[in-house]
Design a binder for this molecule. Structure first.
Ligand code: PBG
Length: 330
């Protein structure tokens, strides 16, 4: 007799305790990584208009901001640099300077919070004047192998400043292997690689590209980022990075790719992160502003879904508002 009227699902939901007993917990703050933006200078905390509650910080202001996050249990950041005015060039070389905003922010954060888990985005799109994620060859295409060398230099630069881990996001073939080798050669054997292993050519990066002014000047990224319509290739991308030595894999964006998270989770025992990207954040704000939904309830619902799909780690702008998320999800 396993159907109505003998079976009644509502029996299981009738008291708060019963619901609590069966519900999975809302992901703990330790599961979150807060992505944030740094610019050179001091005293700067500038709100990003397309992303309410998110800011561009100078290193000193980021350090000040971290106090509140750390008290709410958030223990990790993912840093994106914004190069100084006029510093973009063909090879993105200003990412390698000691006065680059990321280098400075890592050093300052490391001094102030020795235990903080600091990841850095390793990519060139914000630093190149053409806006692509690597170095271009003479025909204007991304030169994969030349880009790996430059990405590995950036990774070393961040490791020297004190990064816990580097997160290569250029979708260059072999970038994880190239970076691992270089880190090891320089003695950074404990620097983690959190690979943007399956990164889709998505329309949800809009607000981010506005902040970073990193839209490609010509063409798009479909020749290196993953096609959303090829799920077999999407799995291969992550599994290859595992072989190359990634410590943490990632699916990005999150919401439109929960099926991919489920599938990769089944095929690897590595920790799996998902990146809840700028467009996903801004779209909830836009909905809430119109009065069409409760902001933090919607945010919590989406974050729980990512965790339920199998993402152990949530890279999310919501991390700096963790206290407002609904931890009591019933
Ligand atoms: C850099 C990079 C991007 C994002 C993270 N790293 C943009 C892109 O690939 O165009 C997007 C993050 C977001 O939208 O929040 N390659």
């Amino acid at each position: 007799m396993n159907h109505f009227p003998h079976t009644r699902m509502r029996r299981l939901r009738q008291t708060k305790h019963l619901r609590d007993m069966f519900n999975m917990p809302f992901p703990a703050p330790e599961k979150f990584i807060w992505p944030t933006f740094v610019v050179s200078g001091s005293g700067i905390k500038e709100e990003i208009s397309a992303m309410p509650g998110q800011y561009i910080f100078s290193p000193d202001m980021l350090v000040a901001e971290m106090n509140a996050l750390i008290s709410s249990g958030i223990s990790s950041v993912l840093l994106f640099g914004i190069p100084n005015e006029g510093k973009k060039n063909k090879t993105g070389s200003s990412a390698l300077l000691k006065d680059d905003s990321v280098y400075k922010a890592i050093s300052l954060l490391r001094t102030s919070y020795p235990e903080l888990t600091i990841f850095t985005d390793v990519c060139m799109c914000a630093y190149t004047n053409h806006g692509h994620c690597g170095i271009l060859d003479e025909s204007g295409h991304l030169d994969n192998d030349a880009s790996i060398k430059q990405l590995a230099e950036i990774a070393i630069h961040h490791a020297k400043a004190g990064a816990t881990g580097v997160a290569p996001s250029a979708m260059a073939d072999g970038q994880v292997l190239g970076i691992r080798k270089k880190l090891d050669e320089h003695g950074f054997i404990n620097t983690l690689i959190m690979s943007y292993s399956t990164k889709f050519a998505s329309s949800f990066y809009g607000p981010f590209r506005e902040v970073e002014q990193s839209s490609p000047g010509g063409g798009n990224r479909v020749a290196y980022q993953q096609s959303m319509a090829d799920s077999k290739q999407a799995l291969r991308e992550s599994l290859l990075d595992e072989v190359e030595g990634a410590d943490i894999l990632m699916v990005k964006p999150a919401l439109s790719y929960l099926d991919i998270i489920v599938k990769i989770r089944q095929k690897t025992n590595l920790p799996l992160a998902t990146y809840n990207v700028s467009g996903e954040y801004s779209m909830l704000h836009a909905t809430a502003e119109k009065g069409w939904g409760n902001l933090y309830e919607m945010a919590s619902e989406t974050l729980l879904a990512m965790n339920r799909a199998g993402a152990d780690i949530l890279i999310s702008y919501w991390a700096n508002q963790y206290g407002k998320l609904i931890k009591d999800n019933h």
